[in-house]
Design a protein around this ligand. Structure first.
Ligand SMILES: Nc1ncnc2c1ncn2[C@@H]1O[C@H](COP(=O)(O)OP(=O)(O)OP(=O)(O)O)[C@@H](O)[C@H]1O
Length: 353
């Protein structure tokens, strides 16, 4: 999977930065064993397809999250230290950057700042979901801060980066409930086969290619998930599943925004406040890549509070109910298909833990 775009030419600003910025800290395995109580089960924060993550504390008292990669032994062709060094130079306040790494023996570990409010997925569907900490204001803040992070990767980072795996488990939350997007650009470090097996999780664009437009599609799904508290794909019966935008779009035709919003958010006028997030989410999740906005347009739409811009957005033909003859044609062009039985149940279960 190619994650850096071709514009990362030699002689770019990134190279200049590489000369002036210090390399990330190289941690010893002994240091990380001491910090995590030898990767004790009690320190485990979670587990994904490619890694387990442990809470730890360094001797200076700072809290860290240590990501221990699985299956590294198959990837001896990749220069781990170099890849991590390139990624760790990509810095933005809403990206979770790497503090350091360790590559001793068979172990490959990445060290990050610890995010006390864990991941967005744990609040929407996992261990914090019953507490409903995410009110409307926090959800808006998460939408904007996560959009800014991905816009930075696409439009300003050197080299430019396609995230390739935008999803709620990769949006971590700091103490102020601002997003810190993680796992960007790690395509080379993760086993390809496993990534390919996970291609029907609802976030993957119909064109199935890692690209900026593909990230926009995934981000649209994430916005709909954030507002509704529903999963990207819902099981309708034993053999059929429905994508979230297919559920949302008919409610938008009817103007029923209140029904889309997560019922755990009990606030006045909440449908109106989150309406823009829903509309932007649907624009992003369109089937045709060229119909989707860019991430910088997404940031602009989410942040702009003018009534004119909102009216412009609402007037988009996507949100008008098609006449009966048009309906089938429109369904082919927009939204997410009904998805037949697939294999992501295992991953969903892991994310909730
Ligand atoms: N810096 C961090 N601070 C706090 N918790 C973290 C941090 N990094 C990861 N986690 C927790 O560890 C869990 C597992 O992370 P990991 O990146 O291994 O997998 P994932 O992103 O959930 O899934 P996948 O990698 O398969 O997409 C996350 O969902 C999150 O709850």
């Amino acid at each position: 999977m190619k994650l850096f775009s071709s514009c990362c030419g030699k002689g770019s600003d990134g190279e200049k930065e590489a000369k002036t910025e210090p390399p990330r800290k190289v941690f010893s395995l002994k240091e990380l064993h001491a910090a995590t109580n030898s990767f004790n089960y009690d320190n485990k924060l979670g587990e994904g397809r490619f890694s387990s993550v442990y809470w730890g504390q360094l001797s200076d008292g700072s809290q860290i999250a240590v990501k221990r990669l699985k299956s590294w032994s198959n990837r001896e062709d990749i220069n781990f230290a170099l890849e991590v060094d390139i990624l760790s130079r990509i810095r933005h306040k809403n990206l979770l950057s790497v503090r350091g790494y360790c590559d001793e023996g068979q172990e490959r570990l990445l060290v990050y700042e610890y995010m006390p409010n864990l991941s967005l997925v744990s609040h929407l569907h996992g261990q914090h979901s019953a507490e409903c900490i995410l009110d409307c204001t926090k959800r808006l803040k998460i939408a904007i801060s996560a959009a800014q992070a991905i816009a930075y990767l696409h439009h300003h980072a050197t080299p430019r980066v396609v995230h390739g795996d935008v999803r709620a488990s990769n949006v971590l939350l700091n103490s102020e409930y601002e997003a810190r997007v993680t796992d960007f650009g790690y395509g080379k470090l993760m086993p390809d086969d496993e990534a390919k097996n996970d291609n029907n999780n609802g976030y993957l664009s119909p064109e199935c290619v890692a690209s900026e437009a593909g990230d926009v599609f995934s981000f649209g799904i994430l916005l709909l998930e954030l507002v509704s508290g529903k999963r990207p794909v819902e099981r309708l019966n034993a053999t059929t599943k429905r994508g979230i935008s297919e559920w949302v779009l008919p409610l938008v035709y009817e103007g029923k925004f209140g029904e889309i919003v997560d019922e755990r958010v009990k606030e006045e006028e909440v449908g109106e406040r989150l309406k823009k997030v829903v509309l932007v989410g649907l624009l992003c999740a369109q089937r045709e890549p060229e119909m989707r906005p860019t991430m910088s347009q997404v940031v602009e739409m989410l942040m702009n509070e003018s009534k004119e811009k909102m009216s412009e957005l609402e007037a988009n033909p996507l949100f008008k109910k098609p006449c009966s003859g048009e309906e089938n044609h429109r369904e082919d062009q927009e939204g997410v298909d009904v998805i037949s039985e697939e294999k992501d149940d295992h991953h969903q279960q892991q994310e909730e833990e």
